[in-house]
Design a protein around this ligand. Structure first.
Ligand code: NI
Ligand code: MN
Length: 227
């Protein structure tokens, strides 16, 4: 059993047995978050999709207080090591795979931008494909719709797609993405954090149900899906 918990926005916790992994922890100064960074314990790995503040915000503090490993594209991994003294980092790149103690993570492309908060070059934006116990979980992260999603994430068990619009794809394109991927379950993310990315997730779920073969799973902040 793998447990996926929505911490709001693009922030997720993935738990498998005693292992805990975070994706893009953004809790401090996040009006939608219900958990603070120091309430999270036992984090072994933190995946960072790209350099924007709403994805890197709490990563260094969590990594440094819990000896967690930051896994990110090479430029961002180096940035955490050099500017935030993070001791354990793994720099990877698009298309590469890294073995975790409980599965594997492949870095997938994303169509977005990726400057770090201090203006440093953050490399290319990414998504992640996790494989845990033969289950495949695709986190598209911040991205527009692009057809190569189908190559990387075809028929995944779970696809997490942004629906907030403005900074990422919105509802319309996430329905197309869900169709393209053919995921069994799709979860919405990156919406509702601030007024410009407010969305009606129930409307999105109705569209997924009527226009795709996927099952929509709308989590509230703090809720989990077990697969
Ligand atoms: Ni972004
Ligand atoms: Mn974002």
């Amino acid at each position: 059993m793998t447990k996926i918990t929505w911490l709001s926005h693009g922030s997720w916790m993935v738990e498998k047995d005693d292992h805990r992994l975070l994706i893009d922890p953004f809790l401090t100064d996040n009006p939608a978050a219900k958990t603070s960074a120091d309430e999270l314990h036992g984090i072994g790995h933190i995946l960072i999709s790209h350099g924007h503040f709403d994805h890197v915000a709490d990563a260094a503090a969590i990594a440094n207080s819990q000896n967690a490993t930051i896994v990110a594209i090479y430029e961002i991994a180096e940035w955490f090591a050099k500017t935030h003294d993070v001791q354990s980092t793994v720099g990877m790149n698009i298309g590469g795979q890294f073995e975790l103690p409980f599965g594997s993570v492949k870095m997938t492309p994303a169509l977005h931008s990726s400057q770090l908060p201090d203006g440093s070059y953050g490399g290319e934006p990414a998504g992640f494909l996790l494989t845990i116990d033969q289950k495949r979980i695709y986190f598209a992260c911040d991205t527009a719709l692009f057809s190569d999603m189908k190559l990387y994430a075809a028929n995944v068990d779970v696809a997490v797609l942004p629906i907030g619009d403005l900074f990422t794809m919105g509802i319309e394109d996430s329905v197309v993405a869900a169709k393209l991927i053919g995921a069994s379950k799709v979860l919405p993310a990156h919406y509702g954090t601030w007024p410009p990315i407010a969305q009606d997730a129930n409307h999105w779920a109705d569209r997924i149900r009527s226009e795709t073969t996927a099952e929509p799973v709308v989590l509230k902040v703090g809720e989990s899906l077990e697969i």
